[in-house]
Every structure is written in C-alpha cells, then in structure tokens.
Ligand binder design. Structure first.
Ligand code: ATP
Ligand code: MG
Ligand code: MG
Length: 429
C-alpha cells in the first residue's frame, strides 16, 4: 500500500505543514489512512495526524470527512460534546502523491482495546453507564443539532480521552517531544525499523519503571493472571471516524454499518435514519457490559449471513412484525408472505434478560434493569426507538452503585453476623 496512490511513508521526526507538526510515532491505521502522534509546535500540544492515501477516491473521501468534521467543530466551539475535534487540515506532497491530512485532537485507546484489556470480561455497570452517557451526548449533538448520522458506531470508533497504559500517553508519561529526525540515521525505508526499535526499547524501560512504581503503591502491576484494575482510567470517551457519516437528508450509501452493529432496516433495505445509530449504540452498551458482541452472524449451509443475522435478532428480541419483515426492498429474499424466514425455520426464542442471567451471570435486578434500557433501542420499528436525547433521560443511567449496595445488603448482614459470632466465641472463651 506504500505506492503511488497509497499511504505516505512517514519517518519519526518528519515535519508537516511548513514545519508546524512533527511526527512522533504511529498511532494506528485504517483502510484509508495512517494516523500518527504528532507534536504541534505552534500550540505545544500533541495531536493526531491522519494522513490519507493519495488516490483520487481517497482524496474525495477525505474532503467529505473534513466537511463533516468542520461542521462538528463549528457547532461546538467549547469542545464539550464528546465528538472528536478537527484542529486543522492541509495537503502534503510526497513520493506517492498528494495526501489530504487531518489534524485531530489526540485521544487514547478505543473501547475495543479497553474490553480486551479487561480480558473480555465485561465492565462494571457503573463504568458502562459512564461511557454510555458520553456517547449519548455525542449522538444527541450529531443527530439533533447537526442532522448527521454516524453510520459506523462500534467499539473501535469510540476512543477514550486518555490511554490505558500511562507510558503510551505522552502527556501522562511526560515524554518530551521529538523535534527533529533522530541524528545519524540516513533517509530510507529500512532505517525506520531501527528508530522504532529504539523507541520500543525506551517505552519498555519506561513501562517497567511505571509498573514498578504502581506495584509499590499497592496497585495492580503487570501480573499476567491478576484482575486488571480500571481505577484511575478516566472513562470519558469521544466518538470518532466520520469517514462514512452522512447528513440524514443527503444519504449516499445503502449498505451502512459494520456487520455486527447493523440494524434490521439496513439489512432489509427499508430506509434508515438517526435511529440506525441508536441500534448500534445498544450493541455497544451490551458488548461493554458482557465483553461479547450481541450478534455475530455467520452464513451457513443454505442460508446467508443476513438471514442468520435476522434469525439471531428474532431469537433474542422476538418475532419481527410482519409489516416490517415484508416492508423492505430485500424482504422477498428473506421472508415468506407470512413474515417467516424462508430458509431458517426453527428459531430458539429467548430474551436479553434471560441471556444476561444465564450466560453472563448478571443478578436478576441488574439483568432486568439493563434489559429495560436496551430493549426499546432494539425495537424492530425504527420510529419507536428512543432518540439519543430521550435515551439519555433513562433511569438506568442514573442508578448508582449505592442502589446496588442495597441489593447486596444481605451479604453485608452476613458479615455483621459473622462478626457477632466471632465476638460471642471470643466472649465464650
Ligand atoms: P477505517 O478503515 O476505520 O475507516 P481510517 O483510515 O478512516 O480507518 P481511522 O479509523 O480514523 O482511520 O483511524 C485509524 C486508527 O488511528 C484508529 O483506529 C485509532 O487507533 C487511531 N486514531 C484515529 N484518530 C485518533 C485520534 N484522534 N487520537 C488517537 N488515535 C487515533
Ligand atoms: Mg476506524
Ligand atoms: Mg474511516
């Protein structure tokens, strides 16, 4: 991909936009771009520099993304809406062509990294609530104030405000910025590895220092099998990746959303709107709380991935009303005129609540309350789903762990009783 029309090869210390930005290290990449941590010499801040591939279709896509990001930044001057901020954009010419570049505020790890870090165990519900509140503020802003549908909400596209690992975080680790290309290393592709190796060594040494410090403070160190603490990680987050976002009144793609987060109206092609984002949001909330995706459809013998997906939705959420099942441009491919799937006949019906209790070992109260939050968002009728604003008023978001202590107060009583018994035993001695 590092050829004409493709990615721009970046070396640490490279400068951009007339020397304003200096590349520090690679943060990530996608189909369209590589993203670099860069130092902004004008503001003396670290930023994320997204360098698009250069071919015309990528330049076109960048233009669109910049248009959306600009509208987002213009509508939120105080940067308080939990959506990534565009700081600057420019073009950079390199050996592979002219690349559109976006300068974004520097954010931390994605929610996917967070769930992995937590060993796919599902986060405490208080943490899930905290994350949900941020996403809902972001969505309400996009939907109600800007008329923008994100269309690709998933764990990878929500980033924490800071990194999980303090050594990766230039601000928390206090690492000074690299201001010029490291000396003694000639230009050339292979040399990048030497610098990267050196930087990795430096990061490893710093990591050892920091985990040593944490262990001595009684925190969780780098132990392989210990539970990982999320204490001290600010779980505020922002919605990112507006490459496929659209204005509700200017839609261009029929097939939107990443498979597992795709809403039924998109599969059936019956038209979508803001409520498609709300479906994906529910999938995110479920995944955060359980550590597993809500739907992971796979095609099989005699049925497609789409059909498997629709079957899974019905098994978890109940039968799709006939009017909806038969109301899309693709309905005839999947459903007979009675609203039954043509090729998957026997469904095993369950419910979110039951799944949370049986598989994920939720308490009955937690399962009931969480299901009451999720189910309206997963209404097959898109119009019936709550808006982001309505959803942000849902009582589940304001349950505090204090309420939960009441639920577990029985075990609290046990502790008191054990204490009493000990006292009596001592007294009896
Ligand atoms: P996609 O194929 O997902 O559309 P893309 O080329 O549009 O990819 P992004 O998804 O925007 O690129 O970014 C790629 C990766 O770079 C992200 O997954 C993330 O790890 C990292 N990244 C993007 N933006 C930021 C940011 N503002 N701060 C920190 N890291 C970021
Ligand atoms: Mg992405
Ligand atoms: Mg993208």
């Amino acid at each position: 991909s590092y050829r004409k029309g493709g990615y721009h090869a970046v070396r640490i210390g490279d400068s951009f936009s007339g020397g304003r930005y200096i590349a520090q290290r690679k943060l990530g990449w996608g189909e369209f771009s590589t993203v670099w941590l860069a130092y902004d010499t004008r503001s003396s801040e670290f930023v994320a520099l997204k360098i698009q591939k250069s071919a015309p279709q990528f330049a076109q896509a960048a233009l669109h993304e910049i248009e959306v990001l600009s509208a987002i930044a213009d509508g939120d001057p105080s940067n308080s809406k939990y959506v990534v901020r565009l700081i600057d954009h420019f073009k950079h010419t390199g050996p592979n062509g002219q690349h559109s570049c976006m300068v974004l505020e520097f954010l931390g790890d994605s929610l996917l990294r967070l769930v992995k870090y937590n060993r796919y165990k599902g986060l405490e519900l208080d943490k899930v609530r905290e994350i949900c509140k941020c996403i809902l503020i972001g969505l309400d802003y996009l939907h109600r104030e800007l008329g923008i549908i994100h269309t690709d909400l998933k764990l990878e596209n929500v980033l924490l405000l800071s990194t999980i690992n303090a050594t990766q975080d230039p601000i928390r680790s206090g690492t000074p910025p690299i201001l010029e290309r490291p000396e003694g290393i000639p230009n050339g592709g292979a040399t990048m590895n030497i610098i990267e190796k050196k930087l990795k060594q430096r990061a490893r040494r710093a990591a050892a220092r920091i985990s040593g410090r944490r262990a001595s403070m009684g925190g969780v160190g780098g132990g392989a099998k210990t539970n990982r603490s999320l204490d001290g990680i600010d779980l505020k987050c922002k919605v990112v990746d507006f490459g496929s976002a659209c204005w509700a009144d200017k839609q261009f793609a029929q097939e939107i959303q990443t498979r597992q987060y795709r809403s039924p109206e998109v599969i059936l092609q019956s038209g979508y709107s803001f409520s498609a984002d709300m479906w994906s949001f529910a999938c995110i909330a479920f995944e955060l709380a359980t550590g597993e995706m809500m739907f992971t459809p796979k095609g099989g013998q005699g049925f497609s991935e789409d059909e498997d997906h629709l079957a899974m939705m019905m098994e978890l959420l109940g039968k799709i009303p006939r009017k909806i099942a038969n109301g899309g441009a693709r309905s005839k491919d999947y459903f007979d005129r009675y609203g039954d799937l043509k090729r998957i006949r026997r469904l095993k019906y369950g419910s979110i609540e039951k799944l949370l209790i049986d598989k994920f070992r939720f308490s009955e109260t937690d399962a009931l309350e969480f299901a009451k939050f999720l189910c309206p968002l997963l209404d097959f009728e898109p119009e019936n789903r709550p808006t982001a604003q309505q959803c942000s008023q849902h009582p589940w978001l304001n349950i505090t762990s204090q309420n939960q202590t009441e639920v577990t107060s029985e075990s609290g009583m046990e502790k008191v009783n054990v204490g009493m018994r000990n006292l009596q035993m001592k007294a009896g001695k």
